[in-house]
Design a protein around this ligand. Sequence first.
Ligand SMILES: [Zn+2]
Length: 156
Amino acid sequence: MSFDKIRDPRKLRHQIGDMECDYIYTAGVAGERFYIALRDEGKLLATRCDKCNITFMPPRLYCDKCFAELTNYKEVPSTGIIDSYTITYLDMNGEALPDPMVLAFIKIDQTDGGLIHKISDIKPESLKIGTKFEAVLEDKSKRKGGLTDIKYFRPV
Ligand SMILES: [Zn+2]
């Protein structure tokens, strides 16, 4: 593996194969709490800054505006509206998908943020910004403490 810094973007290339990875990614304090609540209790947590009147989804440890530490976690609905979306017809290897897949940013109700996730149970041509969706969770026994504990969002 090369550790040389690429300074000329024309020299960028890709490699096929496994990449060494000798670090552990952590979700952080707020992210860990979010994923544990999702895995163990099947609920979405957000943090709130009352001073700035912002409810962070996913939760953050500090407010972006006033830098206050946020310790006020609250459960929020697993529903929201589509704020934007894209339709993909190819998988990550460029192969045609059997059915188009819709990925959307869902603005979660009672928050100022949202989640990017798969959309299901609706024809892509029927999608409209502002349509209400709800999270469909993985069976509790199969949850792993990640965003995939939400299988997809479907119309309410
Ligand atoms: Zn704030």
